[in-house]
Design a protein around this ligand. Structure first.
Ligand code: NAP
Length: 498
């Protein structure tokens, strides 16, 4: 069968989930019904957990941490569980991708690619579990020896957003587990299914009970309670900068839990005159349209040398017009549905603001009607100036704002002209130009002549208001540890009291 013409079918009835705690499903709660953003039909029913459920989940994670059933294993044993998880994910890849599409609205082919990335995360996490180590100081004189131990932080709370529910989860869970920590996860209420399914998979892979727990419900109730929980040692939050700020306050007002924050972005894509413009245009079209632009690392500000700006915008508009927007369950679809009604309204209102503020629509510029679900045309604005809302705000949709520069210095200034610092991309065939820009742009992830490339070996995270700390790779594992200095005196003590 020609894969490109296959449209997968919708479930006949919504799938009902329990929440996952202490190695088992728990039901009997009020349920939140999620409708598929691409089709408007009910697809899942998810428990609304109570504060008592949260306390029980944190207690399970605490017990699993303190009894050493996970932290007490060797790195090799922890790696074994993570590698078995990768194997099971490989087997269940299409099923997980399907639920991801139904709740999120992303295209099915993209969702499968994301699960492949998640498998890689578990494999890299397994390697990191074996390689995690401390340090020693043999430089303190013959009478003293110093060791630095890396110890797991303890119980981690993990809060994830709806745009990449499984991918963002898997960029964190293997590394949290590699460190020896246990956890309680709170996914977005609208995209909880795959986070719950991972509980069952980790159990099959041999993870001890209580090491991975999932509480479901809204951010304002159960998410907020997790950030305030006094028995959570660290909180890893991925989401908006606004909620990130409230997480910092919650930690300060309770137990000073350690924080990891991965927040918003307004990411530049800087194109110099000597770039391959066809490549740069393709990168820009992909960078703003991937996941309908609901992507923290979307390249949402095109900063282009004025000498080639008209040419680049022409090539880019033509490419953006060709993007296949459609049913997320259709194999041919490149851009699916907007995930929530609220986000749909936000994106459309920014498009209207851009028009009202005088920017010129080169392509797109509105909603698309497919008869059901919420879809928006990939949109390119030209003639954007620094103070416009579409220049400064994270829109989190397929809306690209184009700026022009005359000198390399102006390009760097424009790229850094944002409160965020999550990611950036630079296009030039001159290594001096590209590397100088890569060094000076303040962002946690840089791409040169590419965009959104890389794997879970490389750290992710933001500068400025895009967050604190790093996830993935060995840097990511280390975030979930703390270091302890151990001082060992050798030989006879030199006495204080003579
Ligand atoms: P959000 O509203 O901040 O929500 C993120 C998560 O926090 C969800 O699980 C949400 O639960 C929960 N939450 C909401 N209010 C909360 C509160 N008061 N206390 C604790 N938790 C709370 O963000 P979003 O709209 O889902 O996601 C979009 C944002 O995430 C964008 O700004 C994007 O840039 C950012 N993001 C960043 C990265 C990164 O790696 N830097 C990756 C992806 C997304 P409910 O959804 O159930 O309310």
């Amino acid at each position: 069968m020609d894969q490109r013409t296959t449209v997968h079918s919708l479930p006949t009835a919504p799938r009902e989930f329990g929440f996952w705690m202490d190695g088992a499903w728990h039901g009997g709660r009020d349920l939140f019904e999620r409708r598929s953003p691409g089709h408007g039909v009910p697809v899942t029913r998810i428990p609304k957990c109570t504060p008592a459920d949260l306390n029980a989940a944190v207690a399970a994670a605490r017990r699993a941490f303190e009894d050493r059933s996970w932290a007490g294993l060797s790195g090799a044993e922890r790696a074994g569980v993570l590698l078995r998880t990768a194997e099971i994910l490989r087997r269940r890849r299409d099923e997980i991708a399907y639920w991801e599409v139904l709740e999120n609205g992303k295209p099915i082919s993209q969702a499968r690619g994301e699960i492949d990335h998640c498998i890689a995360c578990f494999e890299v996490g397994a390697g990191a579990a074996r390689l995690l180590h401390g340090d020693s100081f043999n430089s303190l004189g013959d009478g003293l020896f110093g060791m630095v131990l890396r110890e797991p932080v303890g119980v981690v709370g993990l809060i994830t957003p709806w745009n990449f529910p499984f991918l963002i989860l898997c960029e964190r869970v293997p590394f949290i587990l590699a460190s020896g920590c246990t956890m309680v996860v709170k996914p977005s209420e609208v995209t909880s299914a795959t986070t719950l399914i991972l509980g069952e998979i980790l159990a099959e892979a041999g993870l001890p009970k209580g090491a991975y727990n999932v509480v479901t419900g809204s951010g304002r109730s159960i998410g907020q309670a997790l950030t305030e929980h006094p028995d959570v040692d660290m909180l890893s939050f991925t989401g908006s900068t606004a909620v990130g700020r409230s997480v910092v306050h919650a930690a300060a007002d309770t137990n000073f839990k350690k924080l990891g924050l991965e927040l918003g972005g307004k990411n530049p894509i800087v194109v110099f005159a000597d770039a391959d413009l066809e490549d740069a245009a393709d990168g820009a079209a992909f960078g703003i349209s991937f996941n309908t632009g609901q992507c923290c690392v979307s390249s949402s500000r095109l900063i282009v040398d004025a000498r080639v700006a008209d040419e680049l915008e022409t090539i880019l508009s033509a490419k953006m017009k060709k993007i296949v927007v459609g049913d997320p369950l259709d194999e041919a679809t490149q851009v699916g549905a907007i995930t929530t009604d609220a986000q749909n309204q936000t994106i459309l209102s920014y498009i209207e603001k851009g028009k009202a503020e005088g920017a010129r629509v080169l392509t797109g510029g509105g909603a698309m009607s497919l008869g059901k679900g919420s879809y928006i045309e990939p949109t390119l604005f030209s003639g954007v100036t620094r103070k416009m809302a579409i220049a400064t705000d994270e829109i989190f949709g397929p809306v690209l704002s184009s700026f022009r520069f005359e000198t390399a210095e102006q390009a760097i200034q424009l790229a850094n002209d944002t409160v965020y610092g999550l990611a950036a991309s630079v296009w030039s065939k001159n290594i001096d130009t590209a590397l100088a820009a890569a060094r000076r742009i303040r962002a946690g992830r840089m791409w040169v002549n590419c965009i959104m490339a890389g794997g879970p070996e490389m750290p992710l995270g933001g500068f400025k208001q895009s967050g604190w700390g790093r996830e993935a790779g060995t840097y990511g594992v280390e975030e979930y540890t703390q270091v302890k200095s151990v001082h060992i005196e050798l030989g006879k003590r030199s006495h204080w009291i003579k």
